[in-house]
Write a protein that binds this ligand. Structure first.
Ligand code: ATP
Length: 298
């Protein structure tokens, strides 16, 4: 039997980062929004572990062995469920690699879902979430999908009910930024003393209602100055995205993918057209309102 699971990429509509703690982590408050751009993981039983990667994005940086977070997810689930079987994993990537959109985390989450089904472990959501949090701070959200507020390391999630999707353009940059390097630059620049305790109610209301005009001035990413400091061309790209008509442009997570907020799907198409005319690779997408767990196929 073969099982395929998928998990979406994300952007952070808001990201507030506190100063480095003695634990080695930064406390966060973030508004996670899954977007309609999915990685797929197909799993089947085999004599030995193997991992294949292909996709519509450049996968040059993606490891094919135990360094791959999907492989680590398979190991973690096997250990938890007492399974000794090996599996062949096939990853089909559509989320930009090392782009701040949690592509690796999506593969880990999809692997947990696929193997839970293949091995008939029957794990409940909270056990899967617990396993996910051992694999990386963004993996719990990749498993959750849709929209959520993340606290602590981004792994303590509160679901947000979305009434209407938002529409975006995505501009994946040529280069990659290491998440660790961006946080180190953030620490060097000027980390904020403390993280806000809650998302501004006006932000939350605009996000839930899909009210792009109300949300635009409230969009915020504490890591953006650090990402721009390491990759100054991102500032020019932000200006180009806004000049093309986006209500706001921002770095996704630690970057370097940038996203622009549009009024609606048609407006996103117009912005993308203007950016492509300037030679900038641009994808149109929107908030994903689907639950990854319900997309399994056998
Ligand atoms: P995040 O937003 O969670 O910080 P990201 O989207 O910036 O992550 P990823 O695409 O997850 O970055 O990749 C970061 C690095 O992780 C890559 O450079 C690669 O070496 C490594 N990696 C391990 N497994 C994977 C995977 N399945 N897909 C992509 N990268 C992986």
């Amino acid at each position: 039997m073969e099982v395929t699971a998928s998990s979406p990429g994300k952007i952070n509509l808001g990201l507030w980062v506190g100063a480095l703690e003695s634990s080695g982590y930064h406390p966060l408050l973030t508004a996670f929004q899954a977007v309609d751009l999915w990685d797929f993981v197909t799993a089947r039983s085999d004599d030995q572990m193997s991992l294949e990667v292909k996709g519509s994005v450049d996968c040059g940086l993606v490891p094919h062995d135990e360094r791959n977070v999907a492989w680590q997810a398979a190991r973690a689930l096997a250990k938890h469920c007492g399974k000794e079987e090996a599996v062949a994993l096939q990853i089909s990537k559509n989320i930009p690699v090392a782009g701040g959109m949690a592509g690796g985390s999506a593969d880990a989450a999809a692997t947990l879902l696929a193997l839970d089904a293949l091995w008939e472990c029957g794990l409940d959501d909270s056990t899967l979430q617990q396993l996910a949090s051992t694999l990386g701070s963004d993996v719990p959200f990749s498993l959750h999908g849709q929209a959520a507020i993340g606290r602590d390391r981004g792994d303590a999630l509160t679901a947000v009910a979305i009434e209407k999707p938002l529409h975006f353009v995505l501009c994946p940059s040529e280069g990659a930024l290491s998440t660790g390097a961006v946080y180190a630059e953030y620490d060097r620049l000027s980390p904020r003393a403390s993280v806000p305790t809650a998302i501004d109610p006006a932000f939350l209301a605009a996000w839930q209602a899909g009210d792009a005009e109300a949300l635009a001035p409230l969009i915020h990413n504490d890591l953006q100055p650090a990402a721009i400091s390491l990759m100054p061309e991102l500032e020019t790209l932000a200006t180009q995205i806004e000049k093309a008509g986006a209500l706001r442009a921002a770095v996704s997570g630690s970057g370097p993918t940038m996203w622009g907020l549009a009024l609606n799907a048609e407006h996103a198409g117009e912005i993308a057209q203007a950016l492509r005319a300037d030679g900038i690779t641009t994808w149109v997408t929107q908030s994903s309102l689907e639950n990854p767990r319900l997309r399994l196929s056998r």
